[in-house]
Ligand binder design. Structure first.
Ligand code: PLP
Ligand code: ZN
Length: 413
């Protein structure tokens, strides 16, 4: 059962019953779910026999009743020791948290799984979201499993693979002539006017709870130790804030000992309002009107949790980096060609940031660095296939094959 207590305003501290409420009605700041950690007796062994998905952390998730759980088996994704990429970057202790292998191929199955379940518990009959693509796929899949209608609002230019996926799950796509921020504004209005549960708006305090399970899993997978650093892609900033809360809760519960890991944020240069504010030491975000990057899934020009990302990153001694599109593609290839993990551009910004941290000596040998790979490369595969490196057209005979291969040298390309 859940140990949920209340919704608490992040700014003024006012507390509310955990019902259908998105922001503080006193000051409009975000609300965080609180739990009765004092009375929660969890031990490491408590998890031994539990199912290997995010619902293993049931007490720390905000759903009151089990009967509303929509479970696609998301979470408990692999944490891989990156021995080959360590070699390439001349560093040790790189870990890849591979969330690209979730049921809908991005980490969004964590927040969407919680939020769609909570929408059902709150009695809502239609779910939806504003999305850069991945959340839409995930909400659509959970809505399919829950057998409720689903509307997703996405910019019309999202990747074809993401559109196919949403169509297959049976959701209705409202393809916006505009960017994510336009979609988000419209979704807020649609939620009010039509009573839809727009999961990342209407149920936002609950929605963001799903992603903290990444922190829980990393602790478990490091044998109940905290990593020293973790690198997280930043769009709205919800994921980074949520991972921070996850570490904090496991520390408060004494499940792990030590100090809070250093959290680093990663953005794409073509849409980096949080990184810019970080670099200029500002405590406010200047929105980007026209995001321009191949990393569409993290192209949010007006990130709601941006200021909180910078607070957390400063407090823990991290950085927020901005990575160019060219470097994103190089980094995707580096991860794929060393670890066999094909990521979408959001993973490219993470690996790009890892390289900078190593180059600049901001991570030290012996420290453990976790890289969050949040989306699957097959969802944005045209970025790589359009370039067609390593692509040779041959006649269907051995001579033609040998002519090419012998010209290439050792075949390792
Ligand atoms: C949504 C998303 C993120 C980050 O999202 P936040 O809005 O910062 O929580 C990161 N990577 C991928 C692939 C995403 O789809
Ligand atoms: Zn408030």
């Amino acid at each position: 059962m859940s140990y949920i207590l209340s919704l608490k305003c992040r700014e003024c501290g006012r507390e509310y019953e955990p019902l259908k409420l998105a922001v503080c009605s006193n000051c409009f700041a975000p609300l965080d779910v609180t739990y009765d950690l004092k009375n929660l007796k969890l031990r490491r062994e408590s998890f031994n026999d539990r199912e290997r998905n995010l619902w293993r952390y049931r007490e720390l998730l905000p759903l009151k009743e089990d009967k509303y759980i929509v479970n696609l088996g998301a979470g408990y994704t692999p944490l891989i020791k990156g021995e080959r990429i360590e070699e390439k970057l001349n560093f040790n202790h790189i870990y890849i948290k591979n969330d690209s292998v979730n049921p809908t191929f991005s980490f969004k199955d964590r927040p969407a799984g919680i939020a769609v379940s909570k929408a059902l518990e709150l009695g809502d009959k239609v779910v939806g979201c504003a999305s850069t693509g991945n959340l839409a796929g995930s909400v659509a899949a959970h809505a399919a499993k829950a057998n409720v209608p689903c509307y997703v609002l996405v910019p019309f230019n999202i990747e074809p693979a993401k559109i196919s996926q949403i169509i297959a799950y049976g959701a209705r796509i409202l393809a916006l002539k505009g960017n994510y921020d336009d979609a988000n504004r419209l979704a807020v209005l649609a939620a009010e006017e039509l009573g839809w549960n727009i999961v990342n708006v209407t149920s936002r305090p609950y929605y963001v709870e799903g992603s903290k399970t990444i922190a829980f899993e990393v602790c478990e997978q490091l044998n109940w130790e905290l990593p020293d650093h973790i690198i997280i892609p930043v769009a709205s900033g919800a994921l980074l804030c949520s991972i921070y809360r996850g570490f904090k809760q496991f520390m408060d519960l004494d499940l792990v000992k030590g100090t809070m890991p250093t959290l680093h944020g990663a953005q794409a240069l073509g849409c980096s309002p949080v990184a810019q504010a970080f670099k200029e030491g500002r405590n406010f975000i200047i929105p980007i009107e026209n995001p321009n990057t191949i990393a569409t899934s993290i192209a949010i020009g007006d990130p709601g949790d941006g200021i909180y990302v910078n607070r957390i990153v400063r407090e823990t001694g991290g950085i927020v980096e901005a990575i160019s599109d060219e470097e994103i593609v190089n980094s995707i290839k580096l991860l794929a060609s060393t670890e066999g993990i094909f990521s979408e551009p959001a993973g490219g910004v993470v690996i790009g940031t890892l390289k900078k941290l190593i180059e600049e000596g901001k991570v030290k040998k012996g420290e453990r660095v976790v890289c969050c790979i949040t989306g699957n490369g097959l969802k944005a595969s045209e970025l790589i296939s359009e370039k067609r490196g390593n692509w040779y057209v041959i006649e269907p005979n051995l001579n033609s094959l040998k002519n090419i291969v012998l010209g290439l040298g050792n075949g390792k390309g």
